[in-house]
Design a protein around this ligand. Structure first.
Ligand code: C5P
Length: 213
Protein backbone atom coordinates (compact mmCIF):
# COMPACT_ATOMS: atom_id res chain seq x y z
CA UNK A 1 0.00 0.00 0.00
CA UNK A 2 1.31 3.45 -0.94
CA UNK A 3 1.39 6.55 1.24
CA UNK A 4 -2.07 8.15 1.24
CA UNK A 5 -2.77 11.75 2.22
CA UNK A 6 -6.47 12.31 2.95
CA UNK A 7 -7.60 15.94 3.09
CA UNK A 8 -11.17 16.58 4.23
CA UNK A 9 -13.10 19.66 5.19
CA UNK A 10 -16.05 21.91 4.38
CA UNK A 11 -16.53 23.99 1.22
CA UNK A 12 -13.93 26.72 0.60
CA UNK A 13 -11.82 25.80 3.63
CA UNK A 14 -8.66 25.84 1.51
CA UNK A 15 -8.40 22.05 1.38
CA UNK A 16 -8.22 21.92 -2.42
CA UNK A 17 -5.31 24.34 -2.64
CA UNK A 18 -3.51 22.63 0.24
CA UNK A 19 -4.06 19.15 -1.21
CA UNK A 20 -2.81 20.10 -4.67
CA UNK A 21 0.36 21.69 -3.26
CA UNK A 22 1.03 18.64 -1.05
CA UNK A 23 0.63 16.39 -4.11
CA UNK A 24 3.13 18.43 -6.08
CA UNK A 25 5.62 18.74 -3.21
CA UNK A 26 5.61 15.07 -2.30
CA UNK A 27 5.23 13.83 -5.88
CA UNK A 28 1.89 12.01 -5.67
CA UNK A 29 -1.07 12.08 -8.05
CA UNK A 30 -4.01 14.16 -6.81
CA UNK A 31 -7.77 13.59 -7.03
CA UNK A 32 -10.23 16.35 -6.12
CA UNK A 33 -13.20 14.09 -5.33
CA UNK A 34 -15.60 17.05 -5.21
CA UNK A 35 -15.24 17.20 -8.98
CA UNK A 36 -16.78 13.72 -9.25
CA UNK A 37 -19.95 14.84 -7.48
CA UNK A 38 -19.95 18.11 -9.41
CA UNK A 39 -19.70 16.24 -12.73
CA UNK A 40 -22.59 13.95 -11.73
CA UNK A 41 -24.74 16.95 -10.82
CA UNK A 42 -23.90 18.82 -14.03
CA UNK A 43 -24.58 15.76 -16.16
CA UNK A 44 -27.97 15.22 -14.51
CA UNK A 45 -28.92 18.87 -15.01
CA UNK A 46 -27.80 18.65 -18.66
CA UNK A 47 -30.23 15.78 -19.13
CA UNK A 48 -33.02 17.85 -17.59
CA UNK A 49 -33.10 15.42 -14.64
CA UNK A 50 -34.15 16.02 -11.04
CA UNK A 51 -31.32 16.26 -8.47
CA UNK A 52 -33.53 14.56 -5.89
CA UNK A 53 -34.07 11.53 -8.16
CA UNK A 54 -31.71 8.99 -6.57
CA UNK A 55 -31.97 6.46 -9.42
CA UNK A 56 -31.26 8.97 -12.19
CA UNK A 57 -28.35 10.43 -10.20
CA UNK A 58 -26.92 6.97 -9.63
CA UNK A 59 -27.11 6.19 -13.37
CA UNK A 60 -25.14 9.39 -14.08
CA UNK A 61 -22.50 8.38 -11.51
CA UNK A 62 -22.20 4.88 -12.96
CA UNK A 63 -21.57 6.21 -16.46
CA UNK A 64 -19.32 9.08 -15.45
CA UNK A 65 -16.67 9.88 -18.01
CA UNK A 66 -13.57 11.27 -16.32
CA UNK A 67 -13.13 13.75 -19.18
CA UNK A 68 -16.18 15.52 -17.72
CA UNK A 69 -14.10 16.55 -14.70
CA UNK A 70 -12.22 18.92 -17.01
CA UNK A 71 -15.33 20.86 -18.05
CA UNK A 72 -15.11 24.47 -16.82
CA UNK A 73 -18.76 24.43 -15.75
CA UNK A 74 -18.09 21.86 -13.00
CA UNK A 75 -16.40 24.70 -11.07
CA UNK A 76 -19.41 27.03 -10.99
CA UNK A 77 -21.60 27.88 -8.00
CA UNK A 78 -24.52 25.98 -9.57
CA UNK A 79 -22.37 22.86 -9.98
CA UNK A 80 -21.33 23.01 -6.29
CA UNK A 81 -24.95 23.18 -5.24
CA UNK A 82 -25.93 20.33 -7.60
CA UNK A 83 -22.98 18.26 -6.29
CA UNK A 84 -24.08 18.56 -2.70
CA UNK A 85 -27.62 17.51 -3.66
CA UNK A 86 -26.60 14.39 -5.61
CA UNK A 87 -24.00 13.54 -2.94
CA UNK A 88 -26.74 12.67 -0.42
CA UNK A 89 -27.79 9.63 -2.47
CA UNK A 90 -26.14 6.42 -1.20
CA UNK A 91 -26.26 4.93 -4.72
CA UNK A 92 -24.25 7.83 -6.14
CA UNK A 93 -21.61 7.46 -3.43
CA UNK A 94 -21.45 3.69 -3.97
CA UNK A 95 -21.00 4.17 -7.72
CA UNK A 96 -18.01 6.48 -7.14
CA UNK A 97 -16.38 4.35 -4.44
CA UNK A 98 -14.26 1.94 -6.50
CA UNK A 99 -12.80 4.70 -8.64
CA UNK A 100 -11.67 6.62 -5.54
CA UNK A 101 -10.29 3.53 -3.78
CA UNK A 102 -8.39 2.52 -6.92
CA UNK A 103 -6.92 6.00 -7.22
CA UNK A 104 -5.80 5.85 -3.57
CA UNK A 105 -4.22 2.43 -4.07
CA UNK A 106 -1.62 3.68 -6.59
CA UNK A 107 2.07 3.32 -5.79
CA UNK A 108 3.93 5.13 -4.39
CA UNK A 109 0.90 6.97 -2.99
CA UNK A 110 -1.84 9.49 -3.64
CA UNK A 111 -3.52 12.62 -2.33
CA UNK A 112 -7.33 12.84 -2.26
CA UNK A 113 -9.46 15.71 -1.03
CA UNK A 114 -13.15 15.64 -0.18
CA UNK A 115 -15.56 15.14 2.70
CA UNK A 116 -15.29 11.42 3.53
CA UNK A 117 -11.76 10.52 2.46
CA UNK A 118 -10.31 9.88 5.94
CA UNK A 119 -13.52 8.29 7.22
CA UNK A 120 -14.85 6.14 4.34
CA UNK A 121 -12.65 6.09 1.23
CA UNK A 122 -9.23 5.57 2.86
CA UNK A 123 -9.65 4.99 6.60
CA UNK A 124 -6.11 3.50 6.44
CA UNK A 125 -4.53 6.75 5.13
CA UNK A 126 -1.23 7.44 6.90
CA UNK A 127 -1.74 11.23 6.82
CA UNK A 128 -5.16 12.73 7.51
CA UNK A 129 -5.91 16.43 7.61
CA UNK A 130 -9.20 18.09 8.42
CA UNK A 131 -9.02 21.62 7.03
CA UNK A 132 -11.57 24.15 8.22
CA UNK A 133 -12.24 27.89 8.69
CA UNK A 134 -15.18 29.97 9.89
CA UNK A 135 -18.17 30.18 7.52
CA UNK A 136 -17.58 33.95 7.07
CA UNK A 137 -13.98 33.51 6.01
CA UNK A 138 -14.83 30.63 3.70
CA UNK A 139 -17.63 32.70 2.13
CA UNK A 140 -15.25 35.57 1.49
CA UNK A 141 -12.70 33.28 -0.17
CA UNK A 142 -15.34 31.59 -2.34
CA UNK A 143 -16.84 34.96 -3.27
CA UNK A 144 -13.43 36.22 -4.44
CA UNK A 145 -12.87 33.03 -6.43
CA UNK A 146 -16.28 33.08 -8.14
CA UNK A 147 -16.13 36.84 -8.82
CA UNK A 148 -12.71 36.23 -10.39
CA UNK A 149 -14.31 33.62 -12.66
CA UNK A 150 -16.79 36.27 -13.76
CA UNK A 151 -19.83 35.07 -11.77
CA UNK A 152 -22.11 37.87 -10.57
CA UNK A 153 -22.69 36.88 -6.94
CA UNK A 154 -22.86 38.70 -3.62
CA UNK A 155 -20.97 37.80 -0.44
CA UNK A 156 -24.29 37.36 1.39
CA UNK A 157 -25.54 34.83 -1.19
CA UNK A 158 -22.33 32.85 -0.91
CA UNK A 159 -22.44 32.86 2.90
CA UNK A 160 -26.01 31.50 2.73
CA UNK A 161 -24.84 28.82 0.24
CA UNK A 162 -21.97 27.82 2.51
CA UNK A 163 -24.21 27.49 5.57
CA UNK A 164 -26.76 25.43 3.64
CA UNK A 165 -24.02 23.22 2.17
CA UNK A 166 -22.41 22.64 5.59
CA UNK A 167 -25.76 21.60 6.99
CA UNK A 168 -26.53 19.26 4.08
CA UNK A 169 -23.02 17.74 3.97
CA UNK A 170 -22.82 17.21 7.74
CA UNK A 171 -26.42 16.13 8.24
CA UNK A 172 -26.80 13.47 5.52
CA UNK A 173 -27.03 9.77 6.44
CA UNK A 174 -24.57 8.52 3.85
CA UNK A 175 -20.90 9.35 4.58
CA UNK A 176 -21.50 12.77 6.17
CA UNK A 177 -18.75 15.36 6.41
CA UNK A 178 -16.90 14.44 9.57
CA UNK A 179 -13.42 14.60 11.00
CA UNK A 180 -11.81 11.16 11.35
CA UNK A 181 -10.74 10.52 14.95
CA UNK A 182 -7.11 10.22 13.84
CA UNK A 183 -7.11 13.33 11.61
CA UNK A 184 -5.14 16.47 12.45
CA UNK A 185 -7.28 19.62 12.59
CA UNK A 186 -5.97 22.56 10.57
CA UNK A 187 -7.97 25.74 11.09
CA UNK A 188 -7.02 28.18 8.33
CA UNK A 189 -9.24 31.08 9.53
CA UNK A 190 -6.33 33.17 10.78
CA UNK A 191 -3.73 31.85 8.36
CA UNK A 192 -2.48 33.10 5.03
CA UNK A 193 -2.52 30.44 2.35
CA UNK A 194 1.28 30.10 2.63
CA UNK A 195 1.10 29.61 6.40
CA UNK A 196 -1.68 27.03 5.98
CA UNK A 197 0.38 25.14 3.39
CA UNK A 198 3.44 25.18 5.69
CA UNK A 199 1.36 23.78 8.55
CA UNK A 200 -0.05 21.06 6.27
CA UNK A 201 3.43 20.16 5.06
CA UNK A 202 4.64 19.73 8.64
CA UNK A 203 1.69 17.44 9.44
CA UNK A 204 2.50 15.28 6.41
CA UNK A 205 6.23 15.24 7.17
CA UNK A 206 5.50 13.98 10.69
CA UNK A 207 3.24 11.25 9.26
CA UNK A 208 5.92 10.29 6.71
CA UNK A 209 8.54 10.02 9.44
CA UNK A 210 6.18 7.76 11.38
CA UNK A 211 5.74 5.60 8.28
CA UNK A 212 9.52 5.34 7.94
CA UNK A 213 9.68 7.53 4.81
O1 C5P B 1 -15.40 20.17 -2.52
P1 C5P B 1 -16.49 20.64 -3.45
O2 C5P B 1 -17.09 21.94 -3.08
O3 C5P B 1 -16.09 20.58 -4.89
O4 C5P B 1 -17.63 19.53 -3.29
C1 C5P B 1 -18.91 19.70 -3.83
C2 C5P B 1 -19.90 18.84 -3.05
O5 C5P B 1 -19.65 17.47 -3.34
C3 C5P B 1 -19.82 18.95 -1.54
O6 C5P B 1 -20.62 19.98 -1.01
C4 C5P B 1 -20.29 17.58 -1.07
O7 C5P B 1 -21.69 17.53 -0.93
C5 C5P B 1 -19.91 16.67 -2.20
N1 C5P B 1 -18.75 15.84 -1.87
C6 C5P B 1 -18.94 14.72 -1.11
N2 C5P B 1 -17.91 13.88 -0.84
C7 C5P B 1 -16.67 14.16 -1.28
C8 C5P B 1 -16.44 15.33 -2.04
C9 C5P B 1 -17.50 16.18 -2.30
O8 C5P B 1 -20.05 14.45 -0.68
N3 C5P B 1 -15.69 13.30 -1.02
Amino acid sequence: MGFVIAVDGPAASGKGTIASVLAKDFGYPFLDTGLLYRAVGVRLLDQGGDLDDAKAAQACAQNLDLAELERPDVRTRAAGEAASRVAVHGGVRAALLALQKDFAAQEPGAVLDGRDIGTVITPHAQAKLFVTATPEIRAERRWRQLSGQGEAVTYEDILADIRKRDERDSGRDSAPLAMAPDAVLLDTSEKTIDAAIDAARRIVEAARAKAGL
